[in-house]
Design a protein around this ligand. Structure first.
Ligand SMILES: [Zn+2]
Length: 204
């Protein structure tokens, strides 16, 4: 049988191609029916399937955890890349979902905030929290980008601000310096300082 098929490979291929071309409509109908049936099956067995998955997960928790851990370690860079790409592709959707969630869960969110007041405050005052807040303000309130041109070169005890050298890039600067150069032409004056102290970082 195998030999027969091998010998007539090209012939079979051609006749299949011909069949596909002359029966296009039927094939399409068959596959759409199949799809619809599958969908229906999935819809009617949704709860069942979910229950089964849940049960399976509970019964195999340790193995699954082990497996996930190993997989994540082995594919770290790939996973990060995939997540980033996924986030980029679904950004708009995600923002809509988040917005909706915030609107429909106002009470829960309020309660969570009340219960975690202290942690939230601590986080806001941490370096990471502050950076995230500046980023948020830059993006949402000032319609600016927030791409750091370098990591913070200053010692930990020096408080820093991220100064916008243009509408997209930021550079870490000691807060004392940043705040002392206020008023008109703040950006240009601070950029001059940056150029003098840190060097030319491509200010434009
Ligand atoms: Zn600034």
């Amino acid at each position: 049988m195998k030999k027969y098929r091998q010998e007539r490979k090209e012939e079979i291929k051609q006749s299949r191609k011909k069949y596909n071309q002359t029966h296009k409509v039927e094939i399409h109908q068959y596959y759409s029916k199949c799809k619809a049936e599958k969908r229906l099956w999935y819809q009617t067995h949704k709860t069942e399937k979910r229950e089964y998955a849940k049960k399976y997960q509970q019964e195999h928790r340790v193995e699954l955890q082990e497996y996930n851990k190993k997989y994540q370690q082995a594919h770290k860079t790939k996973i990060t890349k995939q997540h980033r790409q996924y986030y980029q592709n679904h950004k708009a959707e995600r923002h809509e979902q988040d917005k909706e969630y915030r609107q429909t869960h106002k009470v829960e969110i309020q309660k969570y905030r009340q219960e975690h007041k202290k942690e939230r405050q601590e986080y806001r005052q941490s370096e990471k929290g502050k950076l995230l807040n500046s980023k948020y303000i830059a993006k949402r309130k000032r319609n600016l980008g927030f791409i750091p041109l370098m990591s913070n070169p200053f010692p930990e005890e020096i408080q820093i601000d991220y100064h916008h050298i243009n509408n997209i890039f930021v550079v870490p600067i000691p807060r004392q310096v940043h705040r002392s150069i206020g008023g008109k032409n703040h950006r240009i004056k601070v950029n001059d300082w940056v150029e003098k102290i840190i060097g030319n970082v491509g200010v434009c």
